[in-house]
Design a protein around this ligand. Structure first.
Ligand SMILES: C[S@@+](CC[C@H](N)C(=O)[O-])C[C@H]1O[C@@H](n2cnc3c(N)ncnc32)[C@H](O)[C@@H]1O
Length: 571
């Protein structure tokens, strides 16, 4: 159980939880349990051998209070023994490299918090502290790191200095599922530190167990050199892993096609029998899925991990249809990426002889799969009605609204609203059922139409969700101008899209941008790019909000009068 302490109130809720978990873990952890989590790839005998040479030294988490001094003061007020902060060069440099900021901008300290007497006294929780005062530009680093927890780690004190045993420990760490990740000699503490990273193989790691630090008293240049050499192999391994990404796409798609996630936990042999597939081949597929972290060994079988869980058909917002689409139709069209890059035109048409939406209109099974896959990411819509400034709006028009999910959220948010859903005729059939299930069919008009030709007029709010990224700038401008001509003066346009970052962050939009190029010959855009298009069509962008799943909500208002602006320069 996680204990929450008032004294950590100087921390953000997520940081406080991470700290509480680290404290709770440090209090109760026994070395056997620690190694079982860290080294799932090792059998009992090897783990016992590692345990006989190691003791838990500390658990570490990175936190982002407004002020380091204030945090230390609060911790001390509770009676904990808290050492003076000391600079942390290693974590500072790793953060600087990961977030592409100058190291000098990051004032990272280590604050050592010792557990009170009687509670495994001597054990320590190390807090890496990067102060992020309100309004600081470092907030984006904190946001990312809170999600990824790259710096959370466990440190084990190694009790031997025997070079052969040390080399053996490194080998066992590798076999157990950890990858060498640098190290060095800490002159202040006269101790050699070897870092490892979890590869995520076959288990779900608690946050503070993503990285392991082995601390060996004294200098061990030969062991350190061998460890660093292995770290240097890492780029090649990483590249190999990236290059085999298509294998992962297919392994996941095949698992989904076989309905494997719905049958776990189970033994491989029993599964093969149930599914009527080759037992040896299925065992190998499961082992690969375990290596990707989607399933984990359990007893003599496998179970789904938290990452694999959404692949179940019955999961809320199941990714099952997405797995089939990405391993099927979109997998084939990605085969024409080279054509897309050479010409700037869609790969899809090169493979299937026509554009995506034309193809879907002629292939109902694939169209249903596409709609179901779009529905998987509807948690993105969750905050939209609340964020939208609806004023006294009465009519919401959802242009190319798919199955009507977003529109139904608006209608259920405000019972005074009426909705109009504009879609291609074949999509409207599925939308009708969905809106009825959502309990708002009676307040919604379904209009079969083509948004390039026109739109229902006089709505108060127009929605364009995940539509503009399907089209090039010229086509977007035509759609936006149709909206501008239809919306009542002063009316609103809401756009939901994944936004390309301007700061080099690894946002999901970056991958989807390539996907849009290949599938539609179109693109994802930055907020600024959308603003240029909006202005040119006669709208003013009034706000941009982040949405779940890396989504973005842009709200724009129809400019009251005057001519529609000029065509924007190409981005
Ligand atoms: C990527 S989906 C987005 C669906 C929905 N707005 C959402 O966010 O889930 C794009 C939608 O555009 C629709 N569409 C494509 N061309 C269209 C056109 N010319 N007129 C109306 N709808 C169109 C497709 O049927 C498809 O449902």
């Amino acid at each position: 159980m996680t204990v929450t302490h008032d004294w950590a109130a100087g921390l953000d809720q997520a940081d406080q939880t991470a700290f509480d978990e680290a404290l709770a873990f440090t209090r109760r952890a026994d070395i056997g349990g620690v190694l079982a989590c860290l080294l799932p790839g090792l059998d009992e005998q090897r783990r016992t051998s590692v345990a006989s040479h190691c003791a838990l030294a500390h658990t570490a988490v990175l936190v982002f209070p407004a002020s380091c001094g204030e945090l230390v003061a609060r911790l001390r007020e509770t009676g904990l023994t808290v050492a003076e902060p000391v600079p942390s060069v290693v974590v500072r440099d790793r953060l600087a490299a990961r977030h592409r900021v100058p190291a000098g901008d990051l004032d990272v300290s280590i604050v050592r918090v010792r557990l009170p007497l009687g509670e495994h006294s001597g054990r320590v929780v190390e807090l890496f502290v990067l102060p992020v005062p309100p309004g600081s530009p470092l907030a984006r680093i904190a946001e990312r790191e809170r999600i990824e927890r790259n710096e959370s780690h466990l440190a084990l004190e190694v009790g031997t200095q025997d070079a052969v045993v040390l080399a053996g420990l490194c080998t066992l760490a590798d076999q157990g599922g950890l990858t060498p990740d640098g190290g060095g000699h800490n002159a202040m503490e006269d101790c050699t530190v070897l870092y490892f990273r979890s590869t995520g193989t076959g288990t779900v790691h608690p946050e503070h167990q993503r990285r392991l630090e082995l601390r060996v008293p004294g200098q061990h240049p030969a062991v350190l050199a061998a460890h660093l050499a292995q770290t240097m192999d890492e780029p090649v391994k990483r590249l190999q892993k990236l290059m085999t990404g298509a294998w992962t796409t297919q392994a996941i798609a095949v698992a989904a096609e076989l309905g494997l996630p719905d049958r776990l936990p189970a033994r491989a042999g029993e599964l093969a029998e149930q599914l009527g597939v080759d037992p040896d081949a299925l065992a190998r597929l499961l082992r690969y899925l375990a290596a990707t972290g989607l399933v984990a060994p359990q007893g003599d079988g496998y179970t789904l991990t938290a990452t694999g869980e959404p692949l179940r058909r019955a999961a809320e917002h199941s990714l099952h249809p997405v797995a089939l689409l990405y391993g099927g139709l979109f997998y084939q069209s990605f085969g024409a990426l080279a054509h897309a890059v050479r010409t700037g035109r869609e790969g899809f048409a090169e493979v299937f002889g026509q554009g995506l939406f034309g193809y879907l209109a002629e292939h109902p099974d694939q169209a249903a799969l596409f709609d179901a896959a779009m529905a998987a990411s509807t948690p993105m819509f969750e905050p939209v009605p609340e964020l939208a400034d609806l004023g006294d709006a009465r009519v919401v028009v959802d242009i190319a609204g798919g199955n009507g999910e977003l529109l139904s959220r608006f209608l259920n948010h405000d019972p005074r609203l009426r909705g109009v859903l504009v879609e291609q005729a074949h999509v409207l059939e599925r939308a009708r059922t969905h809106l009825a299930d959502a309990g708002c069919a009676d307040r919604c008009e379904l209009v079969a139409g083509d948004f390039t030709r026109g739109m229902p007029a006089d709505g108060d709010v127009y929605l364009l969700s995940r539509v503009l990224h399907d089209w090039d700038d010229e086509q977007c401008l035509a759609i936006l101008r149709n909206c501008a001509a239809s919306v009542r003066p002063g009316g609103r346009l809401l756009i939901v899209e994944r936004l390309l970052p301007v700061d080099g962050r690894a946002a999901m939009a970056v991958a989807w941008d390539l996907h849009m190029l290949c599938t539609m010959g179109s693109r994802e855009r930055t907020a600024e790019h959308y603003e240029r298009l909006l202005v040119a069509a006669g709208f003013d962008l009034v706000s941009v909000h982040d949405l779940p799943l890396d989504g973005g909500l842009l709200q724009a208002v129809r400019r009251p009068a005057g001519p529609v602006g000029p065509r924007p320069a190409a981005a």
